[in-house]
Design a protein around this ligand. Structure first.
Ligand SMILES: O=C(O)[C@H](O)[C@@H](O)[C@H](O)[C@H](O)COP(=O)(O)O
Length: 240
């Protein structure tokens, strides 16, 4: 059962189990996509990689929506082919782009370029085909406070700037993150949306969330880029 209450500038939705969270988040996202299609004839969505969203993806993939009108991409990609077990695209293909959602239009970030940096202009062009603002953006958070592939200790991708490209190449982070170079949407791109969700699980991430809600630089805990959004406010979905 959700306990949705306003805390600070974020909207918190805490659940007793991950299954409850996955079901509720699938319902929320499906409603927002359906609303966008009803109003504008199409919907756009950005989803995250990692392990946390897998159950939610599975439930969302079964929602009966006009999926052919939905375009979706990733918040970030590890620079690996989709045949690699650590590829975020692989996770999307096996957990989300199936069942009813198999008809969705997926815009991949990885394109086989030798480096993520070399791919940035082409990825920027492909992303331009997606309706903006995105209807829904769902972010995760690493236990070091990163989100998408925007890690602490770097300003790149975190600064605003009218002429910036929508994505950046990111050097390989250190373990426990998968230590391969990345391509990430920038903070300005990720927050150009109608609905913004932070999806996290576990007690350690809840404690880190409390820390990130305190004043401090975004470059120290990049997840703050989401938590400090007022338009739209960030909806945090959490379960133990
Ligand atoms: O490619 C990635 O690593 C992500 O998109 C990243 O931002 C992820 O959301 C967090 O690292 C949480 O990952 P887990 O869900 O696996 O904890």
């Amino acid at each position: 059962m959700a306990r949705g209450n306003l805390m600070s500038e974020i909207l918190r939705n805490d659940y007793a189990t991950q299954a409850d969270l996955d079901e509720a988040l699938a319902g929320f996202v499906a409603d927002k996509l359906a609303e966008a299609i009803a109003l504008r004839g199409k919907a756009s969505m950005v989803v995250s990689g990692g392990n946390t969203p897998k159950g939610f993806f599975e439930r969302l993939s079964q929602r009966p929506l006009p999926w052919a009108q939905v375009s979706l991409t990733l918040a970030d990609e590890r620079w690996l082919p989709s045949s690699d077990q650590h590829s975020n695209e692989a996770g999307i293909r096996s957990n989300l782009l199936r069942n009813a959602a198999a008809e969705a239009h997926f815009v991949p970030l990885f394109d086989g370029s030798a480096t993520a940096a070399a791919a940035v202009p082409a990825v920027a062009q492909r992303l331009a085909c997606m309706a903006r603002p995105f209807d829904v953006v769902i972010l995760g958070m690493g236990i070091d406070g990163h989100t998408a592939s925007l890690f602490s200790g770097t300003q790149e991708g975190l600064q605003d700037g009218g002429d910036m490209l929508p994505c950046v190449a990111v050097p390989a982070p250190s373990e426990p993150n998968v230590p391969v170079p990345r391509l990430s949407l920038t903070a300005a791109t990720l927050t150009d949306c109608r609905h913004l969700v932070l999806h996290i699980t576990g007690v350690a991430k809840r404690e880190l969330l409390q820390q990130a809600l305190r004043p401090g630089p975004v470059a120290e805990l990049p997840v703050r880029l989401a938590l400090r959004q007022e338009r739209p406010p960030c909806r945090v979905y959490w379960a133990p």
